[in-house]
Design a binder for this molecule. Sequence first.
Ligand code: URA
Length: 452
Amino acid sequence: MHIDFYMKKLLKDNGEGKSVRMIDMIQKKKNGEVLTREEINFIVANYTKEEIPDYQMSAFLMAVYFKDMNRQETADLTMAMVNSGDRIDLSAIHGIKVDKHSTGGVGDKISLIVVPLAASVGIPVAKMSGRGLGHTGGTIDKLESIENFKTELTSSEFISNVNRYKMAIVGQSANLTPADKKLYALRDVTSTVDSIPLIASSIMSKKIASGADAIVLDVKVGSGAFMKSIGEARALADTMVDIGRSLNRKTIAVISNMNQPLGHEVGNANEIREAIEVLRGKGANDETTVALTIASYMTVLGGAFPDFDTAYQALEQIIQSGKAIDKFKELVSIQGGNPEMIDNPDKLPQAKHHIALKASQDGYIESIHAEQIGVAAMLLGAGRKTKGDIIDFSAGVTIAKKVGDRVGMNDTICILHTNQASHDEAKAAALKAFKIGPNKPEQMTYIYDVVQ
Ligand code: URA
């Protein structure tokens, strides 16, 4: 049914004999007033049903962007989005189900590492992950670079795998938080993504709808993240921890550095290769530290360890003992993938062309703009410009030199992997990402803060 959004129909009675219209909600937010739970439910439910048009929702989102939402409004928006679709029932899984979520980064392969790590100490992880869009990668795409790996399981397979092996990773079910899907697509084209209440409710609604009892959030900050400053990241972390608490979910947010790509690999198959390295105890320091930190909080929330330090040491030991990589291989096997690719990562998809980019001067790597590297990887075929694009699993970027490394003129700073014959645009994006200067920068902090 089409609705005359200016004047005509009343979509709902507000209980005082007065009708509620979307234009009134927009005006209220534009004036900085606080919306009630009923008003928020009205907006989300009717937008999901397509009874509120995109142009009114766009105006509303922009009003939220400028006038903000308080904690109660943000929690109400979260629950309205949860209630817009299915909720996953994980009650048949024994134990405290722990989930994690990253706000999005470049080279972020942390889920691939923490799921087998947490599962190897008996914490059930029933993980629903997304695909990549634009410069950020998605766990599901990365896993699909392993031959025959199934990212769709029936709900009984999903639950029985988590009960038996303590882990499963699948793509998000189609009807999980449909309001968020519609809103996210609209935010993407109306410059309203980077609003704290909108990001917080988007992330937390997906986590609540997918049935987690406890949640560890990896809030990324820096050049490859939505949050560019630590202050903004802290505000987002506080908001999400607050929502989790108000909805009875134990929630911890780790604020981590995204001022350069995480680890050395950005892409799909090459990120699987790097996750294998970390699980074998041979990973880059930044990647390993962030993964162990997230996994430690997951296992503490799940009740496997009394505190963070004990968990961290035990998980380091699990990596050293070879149990962590065995658990990842088990994950691959139980989801139909070819486990030989884990024993021998050279069997993962390989690109035809490998183009080494060289330093134009002597000095130190001062910074690597993570988003630019993500864009270069996407242009090489590793990511999607638009939703329907097909991914080339073998494409990506290897970061040969990280921030703080000394380079001589003509040293290789990164390698582009692609099957495409033309790669000038990607080359320009990758070269632009590297800043080389005369001074050695300070050692980067990997974890800025933890909010709990
Ligand atoms: N990730 C999400 O799931 N939603 C946002 O709004 C931003 C990052």
